[in-house]
Write a protein that binds this ligand. Structure first.
Ligand code: FPP
Length: 234
């Protein structure tokens, strides 16, 4: 079967799922954070090499302060808690986004997790935290142009390959499959460059109820799709 090398997921629907259970939105985020382990294990078993999850966007700061604070505590606690799991499963942790804007405790948890799992190699788990594509692309443009204009060297001449070198996903393949749970059909400023030729699956299920079988079904659907990358079939 044709397995996607890089899968990205917009984990949407935590709040609505919690409301249906007559619980607070934050309960949905908590349950959602537990789903990650099951999906990462399954992804690894299926042969996926990169799993990129949208945990907190540059726009999520607009949420009520209490929800932002809860998400921040959850991130620090769960990222630390997941270190044992990632060591057992040979999963390397990585982050995408501007973590310098996060509180100290969150930055420490992220960096500790990255450091402790750096030699693992079966799956790379990227968490997008304080991530937004507009920001990522703008920063990449600025850095690429600054280097080009300061050196005027032919090796720094802007092109697609060089541009990718300045993205958070440097050295990783572009996204093959993008999944969004929660029923909305939009991209929400996530990996706009990297999903140029991704296959996209929108699911009505809310993230807290998404499971290993759903993930496997998505990879099967991916395997059945014909990817032409702008060309035509042989
Ligand atoms: C979208 O659901 C989800 C988020 C903005 C946060 C996703 C975060 C997690 C799943 C937990 C993160 C924890 C770790 C350790 C990575 P929503 O709140 O927009 O739901 P709604 O659309 O139903 O309101």
């Amino acid at each position: 079967m044709n397995i996607p090398l890089h899968v990205a997921i917009i984990m949407d629907g935590n709040g609505r799922w919690a409301s249906i259970q007559e619980k607070k939105r934050i309960y949905g985020h908590y349950i959602g954070s537990l789903v990650i382990d099951k999906i990462a294990s399954k992804a690894k078993k299926l042969g996926v090499k990169y799993l990129t999850l949208y945990a907190f966007s540059t726009e999520n700061w607009k949420r009520p302060k209490s929800e932002v604070n809860f998400l921040m505590s959850l991130l620090a606690i769960q990222i630390r808690k997941k270190i044992n799991f990632m060591m057992r499963e040979n999963i390397k942790f990585n982050y995408l986004g501007d973590i310098a804007k996060l509180p100290q405790k969150q930055q420490e948890a992220i960096l500790e997790s990255k450091e402790k799992t750096k030699n693992n190699h079966e799956l790379t788990l990227n968490l997008a935290i304080n991530y937004g594509s507009y920001m990522e692309i703008l920063q990449a443009c600025k850095k690429m142009c600054a280097e080009y204009y300061s050196t005027k060297s032919i090796v720094n001449e802007p092109n697609e390959q060089l541009f990718e070198h300045y993205l958070y996903t440097k050295g990783m393949p572009n996204v093959d499959l993008l999944i969004r749970t929660g029923g909305e059909k939009r991209i929400s400023n996530f990996l706009l460059w990297q999903i140029a030729y991704a296959e996209i699956i929108f699911l009505d299920k809310y993230w807290p109820e998404f499971n290993e079988d759903d993930f496997e079904d998505c990879t099967k659907e991916f395997g059945e799709r014909k990817r032409r990358f702008g060309g035509i079939d042989d």
